[in-house]
Design a protein around this ligand. Structure first.
Ligand code: PMP
Length: 427
């Protein structure tokens, strides 16, 4: 079977032919297997993969240490909700690296951990409301899906998210109590909290907007959120599902030196397997243990995923994070190669981010801290750029996010930069 046949047949049984909202390539490429930094499709093509499944496979595809740990764990039998020593080992490893992690709760997906964080924040404060920021993505549940980086807002315009909630700004819905504010605007947060701080349980934010442009916080912004949360008794939640173990081994909270009350992790630390974590202050997290807040799940203590998480974290953090530093350095080499190519060819291609995860976008904006300027980026040019890279065997995500793994080699970097050069030269 080739990709085209797959697409036609799959649409008969799978809505839209794909089991996700995110179609990472159009037309659909159907993959046969993946190894290291490479993906292989049914049509015989090889791609250097910078999508990495939207970030998880930070050690590359099928890393031997993770595969071996998973295989060994399979022989233990399938234990459920088991209170197994491996769970403790993973929780200890996470707590050793995440500054805010006095307690850790392990689950399966980022979306699930976000919901658990919001729920426990409500229980802790006795308040109903949340603040989130324009364009930020926190998973696919309705209360946080409002005003995320969907088709209306996304320059790549290619994410068919089912937005059925209002997206028209503040105080969006009495049913969700979710207030949407502009990112990087402390004044907006201060005004809302002054008006109704006593109704707000939590502020949730991606500390760097990695789903949209790798937009960094302005100097003092995260600290300002921390101070406002302290002033109004609001729980500060960092959604580190992408930034965790990518921006640094202590996540964005370590990099920017701001400790949230709760933070969510998934993707990279599982090395490609479904495992996620909610970490935070004992005072709040212990509400789970007391049984007063429900966070349950048949597969939560899935030892296969837990073993993958342990193996991944051990590799990433060994020798003071030598491997992690190598991944970041590889990403920085690609970033500077792309910047040089853009300069050579007079392209207004900007490269934002932090090595292990970065973003390319076409914009004349002098600074891109705010989501509004990200939205003004040239979407059509971005799409042409991404489409032109694919036949050259380079596969970032369609929307311009690039994830780098330990498996990306110097040769991959050279091939990637040469392909970017070729595409930009052609205009
Ligand atoms: N939060 C952020 C910041 C994310 O990027 C994602 C996934 N892209 C999620 C939450 C949801 O995680 P999952 O897809 O594992 O449910």
């Amino acid at each position: 079977m080739q990709s085209e046949d797959y697409e036609r047949k799959a649409r008969k049984f799978i809505p839209g032919g794909v089991n996700s909202n995110v179609r990472l390539a159009a037309p659909t490429i159907c993959f046969s297997h993946a190894r290291g930094s490479k993906l292989y499709d049914l049509d015989g093509n090889e791609y250097i993969d910078y999508a990495l499944g939207m970030g998880p496979t930070i050690l590359g595809h099928a890393p031997p240490s993770v595969i071996q740990a998973v295989q060994e764990t399979l022989s233990l039998g399938q234990l459920f909700a088991g209170q197994h020593p491996l769970e403790l080992e993973l929780a200890e490893l996470l707590a050793a690296h995440i500054p805010s992690a006095e307690r850790v709760r392990i689950g399966l997906t980022g979306s699930e951990m976000v919901q658990a964080a919001l729920r426990v924040a409500r229980a802790h404060t006795g308040r109903p409301g949340f603040i989130k920021f324009e364009g930020q993505y926190h998973g696919w549940f309705d209360n946080v899906l409002v005003n995320h980086s969907g088709p209306a807002n996304d320059p790549a315009g290619e994410l068919p998210f089912p937005i059925h909630l209002q997206t028209a700004g503040q105080a969006v819905s009495a049913t969700t109590d979710t207030h949407v504010l502009p990112w990087n605007d402390l004044g907006a947060v201060a005004r809302l909290l002054a008006a109704r701080g006593d109704q707000i349980a939590a502020i949730i934010t991606e500390p760097v907007m990695c789903n949209t442009g790798a937009l960094a916080p302005r100097d003092g912004y995260l600290q300002g959120l921390r101070e406002l949360c302290d002033q109004y008794g609001v729980v500060l939640i960092f959604d580190e599902v992408i930034t965790g173990f990518r921006l640094g081994l202590s996540g964005a909270q370590g990099k920017f030196g701001v400790t949230p009350d709760l933070s969510t992790f998934a993707k990279a630390f599982g090395g490609g397997f479904p495992v996620a974590a909610l970490a935070g202050k004992a005072e709040i997290m212990d509400l789970f243990g007391a049984g007063s807040v429900n966070h349950s799940g048949t597969y939560n203590s899935n030892l296969v995923s837990i073993a993958a998480g342990i193996a991944t974290l051990r590799e990433l953090t060994a020798d003071d994070g030598a491997l992690f530093s190598k991944i970041a350095a590889t990403g920085e080499d690609i970033m500077s190669g792309i910047r040089d190519a853009a300069r050579r060819h007079g392209a207004n291609l900007k490269v934002l981010g932090f090595g292990a995860v970065f973003h390319t976008l076409f914009t004349d904006a002098p600074e891109t801290y705010d989501y509004a300027s990200y939205k003004r980026a040239d979407a059509a040019r971005q799409k042409r750029f991404m489409d032109a890279l694919l036949p050259l065997g380079i596969r970032p995500t369609g929307r311009g996010t690039w994830f780098v793994s330990a498996a990306h080699s110097g040769e991959d970097v050279d091939r990637t930069v040469a392909a970017v050069d070729q595409v930009l030269r052609a205009g």
